[in-house]
Design a protein around this ligand. Structure first.
Ligand SMILES: Cc1ncc(COP(=O)(O)O)c(C=O)c1O
Ligand SMILES: N[C@@H](CCSC[C@H](N)C(=O)O)C(=O)O
Length: 460
């Protein structure tokens, strides 16, 4: 029999046993579980929800399918940051003889940067930040260290969309030092689009608050380990501190996972069309001679400097893109525009609703402005996190807001767009229902020829 696809596997939840045969696993909203007899105590799977809960077990099973591992290697915790915290506490901050050295990227999510800075300020860790999108630089820095205890990778990065060559980096790290822990934050891709456990990474985590749940009604994190031993060490910290995911949030996450495939499909479709439209029709493409990446940043665009690299180990581009308007004030006006009706001005991504934000004021405000400047983090960066709405509605909403923010002007009865900031003139393609070539090339081949891009992982 042919192997089931991930989409199918996540829709069905067959693992629970219920006395009434309920189709949906019930929520075990119970702190305690009765023991049959004192003699049986040790063999009972549950006694207290901090230690374990049947609904949490169900979600761990579903995530096990997503990452193709045994459920015992999956841990569901209360947030994405908790996931990183328990990984570090269990596997990195344990060495009594020396302060561990951690190498991390230089375009990290603001909260990750904040936690690492905090650990460093208390002398719990020595943290080095490197541009992980530059393999040679990374190797050089790594080799210069007497010891490296952990490498924390993220790809593509949030919000600059820089791509780290995860298979090559993990291969190098493990060949250089088998004992160095390689941890990957896979939130921007989700297990549906990338499975880093297939290329020598020790532990993967995700903020399940994002794509996995997809509805912005819970905070959750998942940790998936390469070995059972690592999972047991992390479980010790979770049980000791009480950071496991609550029964209700576990239940919601199981429900959210059922639609991960279809949500991601529509979200990526929207992101692909929007990125193309922004780059070609609104003129936010990088000017020649301007330092850095193109102004419309999206790993699904061929103009992205690491388009091919990303495609080589991921099954899709995700749904987060960013662009610079050219001035902080115009970006501020855009995000504050009263004309925005569909795009919600909020942090986060991966939700069914489309979101617009200014990272320097919102998600990445925790990073010192001086450090942002040092890292070429554009203060006028606008981040778009595409939801599942109709693409023409999303385009029209953004267009109205860009006109209101004095960024673009519609001419010839709306037929052309004039970019007031750089003089670019383009045909207004909104609502024509024609997908850009890039979409056809990137998606259709995979969708039509391979069955589904979302169910097949990149061949590693
Ligand atoms: C890439 C990335 N990793 C981790 C986190 C932390 O997740 P959470 O908010 O669920 O703690 C976030 C966002 O919050 C994120 O964007
Ligand atoms: N105030 C929060 C900001 C959360 S940002 C959430 C998400 N990762 C994103 O990138 O939008 C904080 O201080 O952490």
């Amino acid at each position: 029999m042919s192997q089931q696809s991930l989409q199918t596997k996540l829709v069905s939840v067959v693992q629970h046993v219920d006395q009434h045969g309920s189709s949906v696993p019930p929520i075990y909203q119970s702190t305690t579980f009765k023991i049959g007899s004192l003699e049986d105590d040790a063999s009972q799977p549950y006694d207290y929800t901090r230690s374990g809960n049947p609904t949490r077990t169900v979600v761990q099973h579903q995530i096990g399918k997503l990452y193709d591992v045994d459920a015992a290697q999956v841990l569901a915790v209360s947030s994405g940051m908790t996931a990183l915290d328990v990984i570090l506490r269990a596997l990195v901050l344990t060495n009594k003889s020396r302060v561990p050295t951690i190498i991390a990227g230089d375009d990290l999510y603001g909260g990750t940067q904040r936690l690492l800075t905090h650990l460093e300020s208390r002398n719990h860790a020595r943290v080095l930040h490197v541009d992980t999108a530059n393999y040679e630089t990374f190797v050089e820095v790594f080799k210069q260290q007497e010891h490296v205890d952990c490498v924390l990778l993220e790809s593509p990065t949030n919000p600059l969309l820089k791509v780290a060559d995860l298979p090559r980096l993990t291969h190098f790290i493990k060949s250089a030092n088998e004992a160095c822990l390689v941890a990957i934050d896979n939130t921007m891709m989700s297990g549906m689009l990338c499975n880093p456990l297939k290329f020598q990474c020790d532990v993967v985590y995700e903020s399940a608050t994002k794509y996995l749940n997809g509805h912005h009604d819970i905070m959750a994190g998942i940790v998936v380990t390469q070995t059972l031993k690592m999972a047991q060490e992390i479980y010790f910290v979770i049980n000791s501190t009480g950071s496991g995911l609550s029964p209700f949030d576990s239940w919601l996450l199981v429900r959210g996972l059922k639609t991960l495939g279809v949500r991601l499909y529509q979200q990526q479709h929207n992101a692909m069309v929007l990125a193309h439209w922004l780059e070609n029709s609104c003129g936010f493409v990088g000017k020649k001679g301007v330092k850095g990446s193109p102004r419309t940043r999206f790993v699904g665009l061929k103009s992205h400097p690491q388009f091919e690299l990303h495609k080589s180990f991921n099954a899709g581009p995700g749904a987060v893109l960013s662009f610079e308007t050219g001035s902080y004030e115009h970006s501020r006006r855009l995000v504050s525009s009263r004309k925005i009706k569909i795009w919600a001005v909020t942090v986060s991504f991966g939700c069914v609703n489309s979101l617009i934000s200014m990272p320097c004021k919102m998600s990445h405000a925790a990073i010192d402005p001086a450090l942002r400047q040092e890292r070429d983090f554009p203060e006028d960066l606008v981040r778009l996190c595409c939801g599942i709405e109709n693409i023409s509605d999303l385009q029209n909403d953004l267009l109205e807001a860009m006109i209101d923010a004095d960024i673009i002007e519609l001419r010839d009865e709306g037929k052309t767009i004039y970019n007031k900031l750089n003089g670019h003139i383009a045909t207004n393609t909104i609502g024509q229902g024609k997908l850009p070539n890039i979409y056809e090339e990137f998606f259709s081949q995979d969708l039509v020829e391979r069955g589904s891009i979302l169910t097949s992982r990149a061949k590693l």
